[in-house]
Write a protein that binds this ligand. Structure first.
Ligand code: 13P
Ligand code: SF4
Length: 303
């Protein structure tokens, strides 16, 4: 007798075939969703996959801006976001009219948008970046002044490695921004031999205390290849599933067990199944916005 999870998994596999669909999932998704996905990765890996993937339907298990990016990069495909409420609050912290205002104020500056932005904001930007390529993207620009948005913490991290003048927007990720130095001290006391890896969306004072700063997939690769055995992981706790699967011999502790992105947790197997049944909720981006946003994303992919 199959249990409920097995029944859902079975139905999803049937529907995937029927719809000629592929499931992409971010490293923060719940374990059952990561396990049913064809590709699990960080924002950059998923954007690259969304561009090259061969199928009719992409089921994006992540948040809204990721599904929009998939839609922009692969306009012929049906892109589904199983939970329509799965949004990124940081992406909502800047609007397109605010980017236009910044351009008027700093006419010589380039605009670099983190992928955690709406399609409209990307359409007003010169180039996008993710947490894994932000430094290279900023360094690739001719301009000496760079408007970096929306994440102030990622902006400050990039500024450490760049001679350019970085003008940050004051957005932030509520999950990473609430991790504090006290959490680091507590985790270090509990696990004195562990290396500390943190995401660049963390506060500068937390980054100062880390042994390594990296995107989510960068952390998994590092843990798998590093000689050390124990790691404290300073990002959303969904990543612990991928770490356990890919490097079972390593021991990973969350830096903060409160680091949970409620938006990333809205997707479950029932919603994935329903979205494949109904081909809904479907994400679309108006063509003129998509065409302009695509230039900024493609330019990033070339860096
Ligand atoms: P990554 O690109 O490192 O996966 O990060 C995405 C994100 O939303 C971090 O909060
Ligand atoms: Fe947005 Fe932060 Fe959630 Fe990532 S973890 S999706 S940046 S709110």
């Amino acid at each position: 007798m199959m249990n409920m999870t097995e029944k859902l998994q079975d139905r999803i596999l049937q529907l995937k075939q029927k719809r000629n669909a592929m499931i992409l999932a971010h490293n923060y998704q719940i374990p059952e969703v990561q396990d049913i996905a064809d590709i699990v990765g960080d924002s950059l890996e998923l954007a690259r996959a969304a561009k090259s993937i061969e199928c009719d339907v992409i089921v994006f298990c992540g948040v809204d801006f990721m599904a929009e990016t998939a839609c922009i990069l692969n306009p012929g495909k049906t892109v589904l976001l199983p939970s329509i409420e799965a949004c990124c609050p940081m992406a909502a912290m800047i609007r397109a009219d605010e980017v236009r205002m910044l351009r008027r104020r700093f006419p010589d500056a380039a605009v670099v948008s983190y992928v955690n932005t709406t399609a409209e904001v990307k359409a007003e930007s010169d180039i996008c970046c993710t947490s894994s390529n932000a430094i290279q993207v900023v360094e690739s620009l001719d301009q000496e002044q760079v408007i970096f948005l929306p994440d102030k913490n990622l902006a400050s991290y990039v500024a450490r490695f760049s001679s350019k003048e970085i003008l940050p927007w004051q957005g932030y990720c509520f999950v990473h921004d609430r991790i504090r130095p006290e959490d680091v001290l507590k985790a270090r006391r509990a696990h004195p031999d562990a290396k500390l890896l943190v995401h660049p969306e963390c506060r500068p004072e937390v980054i100062d205390m880390a042994d390594m700063v990296s995107s989510t997939s960068g952390m998994i690769k590092h843990v798998c290849s590093a000689p050390e055995e124990e790691f404290i992981i300073g990002t959303e706790i969904g990543i612990l599933h991928g770490l356990k699967k890919q490097c079972p011999e390593k021991i990973c502790y969350p830096l903060s067990s409160q680091a949970i992105c409620t938006n990333m947790k809205r997707t479950d197997l029932t919603k994935v199944c329903e979205s494949l049944e109904l081909l809904q909720p479907r994400i679309t981006v108006p063509e003129d916005v998509a065409n302009r946003a695509r230039k900024a994303i493609e330019r990033m992919l070339e860096v």
